[in-house]
Design a binder for this molecule. Structure first.
Ligand code: BES
Ligand code: MN
Ligand code: ZN
Length: 471
């Protein structure tokens, strides 16, 4: 459990929370008048103006830190909102703090999450642990618990991406899934190795069969069966070499992140379960290492999928859509109200939108706008992309129902169209996440990261599954 957020009322009598004043350049003049003469001189000498990301610790005349100033930048073009607070929590020394002043347009409820997102460092392999500052919250216990759970879930998902593939192979990702299921008393089902063939998951098997650790489909179900059923599906390629169509050095360098979709599905599942949302949850993690050995699947092979469609392998590096195809097919068999998959599926998604806005595909137009609104409100952006049916022709194979790669045009669209063949026309959303920050930004440290799941959590909490999915 995260120790970076707590209720203000939990402070011990001898502990004091240092007030933080967050302001924009527009509001700085007014805030300045509330400071002592000494402090006014101090801030002027240090050029604090409220520009985005400015941090200043204000001492009293004895040199003891009394207040903190933080710049929110101009309101115009502020896409980060309170997530920017992550740029403060990442840098303040340990101690207790509270938000005293904030820009009028900021949603105060998002401050704890912004703080929590910044207070993260992957240090499993480092000798010393960072002690992040604690934000004290003037909120009821339930709101504090929710903020803690959302922060913990994001940190958990980031860890699942940041762990090296040598320590998080198929068996370890399997175990991580079991651990989460057990924590919330979910019912687990495990299909491993040859059993994938017996139980008809040929594509998951083919992708993972060359690896040292067997491929597997791990599922759990949680919640009241009377509640609407939601399926979360994650691409869990623990490392993507590209297979026989091997990647180059720079492409392979960050392919431990190819279990990023699984990390997203598990982290969103954790948010849902920790907050007891009225949902019958079905989480499916399709796990394989796309490795190279004598047993590897080959370009030109034809696989018969669980759905029955035959797929000609054009490129063994387009493996994510194969494991997801079988997993989505299974999810659809149980007739969920909605399926959501997450996958680090294409380099083309990154070319189209860069690393931090995941392309979002949905086969029901009615719900796209609402999800976008939640994404905006939570400062967790997503961007809609078209399931442009004419591009299905790019996946044409003369000797099978389709091939698995569509060439250089619209790569994230053809990947999504491929997946759509496996959802049995059920309501479905697909997020082609990058799962990784190439550089650090406020609330988004370098390395593994979660996208879209806070937006989806809030959409689901507000009754998203009751939407009209008819069109
Ligand atoms: N895991 C990759 C996608 C990826 C690559 C994500 C780089 C982020 C950065 C996926 O399995 C893949 O290799 N996709 C290929 C598909 C192509 C062969 C049709 C790609 O995008 O190049
Ligand atoms: Mn690949
Ligand atoms: Zn991949």
């Amino acid at each position: 459990m995260s120790e970076i957020l707590q209720a203000l009322s939990d402070l011990k009598p001898d502990e004091v929370a240092i007030p933080i004043h967050i302001c924009r350049p527009e509001g700085w003049a007014k805030l300045q008048t509330l400071l002592s003469d000494f402090q006014q001189t101090f801030v002027k000498a240090r050029n604090f103006t409220g520009e985005a990301g400015q941090r200043l610790r204000l001492p009293d005349v004895n040199g003891v830190i009394e207040q903190v100033l933080f710049g929110a930048g101009s309101q115009k073009n502020d896409v980060l909102g309170p997530i920017r607070l992550g740029g403060l929590s990442a840098h303040l020394p340990k101690g207790f703090y509270r938000v005293e002043t904030l820009p009028e347009d900021w949603d105060a409820d998002l401050c704890p999450v912004g703080w929590g997102l910044g207070a993260y460092k992957f240090e499993v392999y480092l000798p010393e642990e960072t002690h992040f500052p604690v934000l004290c919250l003037d909120m009821d216990a339930k709101a504090v618990a929710e903020a803690v759970s959302l922060t913990d879930a994001v940190h958990y998902g980031r860890d699942l991406i940041n762990l090296p593939a040598g320590d998080l192979g198929p068996a370890a990702l399997h175990q991580a899934t079991l651990d989460l299921a057990q924590k919330f008393d979910a019912e687990v089902s495990e299909i491993i190795g040859e059993a994938l063939l017996k139980q008809n998951y040929p594509m998951i098997h083919a992708v993972g069969r060359a690896a040292h650790e067997a491929p597997r489909l791990i599922e759990f179900e949680w919640g009241n069966p009377e509640h609407p059923r939601l399926a979360l599906v994650g691409k869990g390629i623990t490392f993507d070499t590209g297979g026989l169509n091997i990647k180059g050095a720079s492409g392979a360098r960050i392919m431990k992140k190819d279990r990023g979709g699984a990390a997203h599905a598990l982290a969103l599942a954790e948010m849902i379960m920790a907050n007891d949302l009225p949902i019958r949850l079905h989480c499916l993690v399709a796990i394989a290492e796309n490795a190279i050995s004598a047993g590897a699947y080959r370009p030109g092979d034809i696989l018969t999928s669980r759905e029955g469609l035959t797929v000609e392998i054009d490129n063994t590096d387009a493996e994510g859509r194969l494991v997801l195809g079988d997993a989505l097919c299974k999810a659809a068999e149980l007739d969920p109200v909605l399926m959501i998959d997450f996958a680090t599926l294409t380099g083309a998604a990154r070319v189209a939108l860069g690393p931090t806005i995941p392309p979002f595909f949905c086969n029901r137009k009615n719900v796209v706008e609402a999800v976008m609104q939640y994404a905006d409100a939570q400062h967790d952006p997503v961007w809609p992309m078209p399931l442009w049916q004419p591009y299905m022709s790019l996946l044409h194979s003369p000797i099978a129902d389709m091939k698995n790669a569509g060439g250089s045009f619209a790569g994230s669209v053809t990947a999504a169209l491929f997946l759509e063949r496996f959802v049995k026309e059920r309501p479905w959303m697909h997020f082609d996440v990058y799962g990784w920050n190439p550089t650090s930004g406020p609330g988004h440290p370098k390395g593994g990261d979660m996208f879209a799941i806070r937006a989806l959590y809030h959409w689901l909490k507000a009754g998203g599954l009751q939407s009209d999915f008819s069109a």
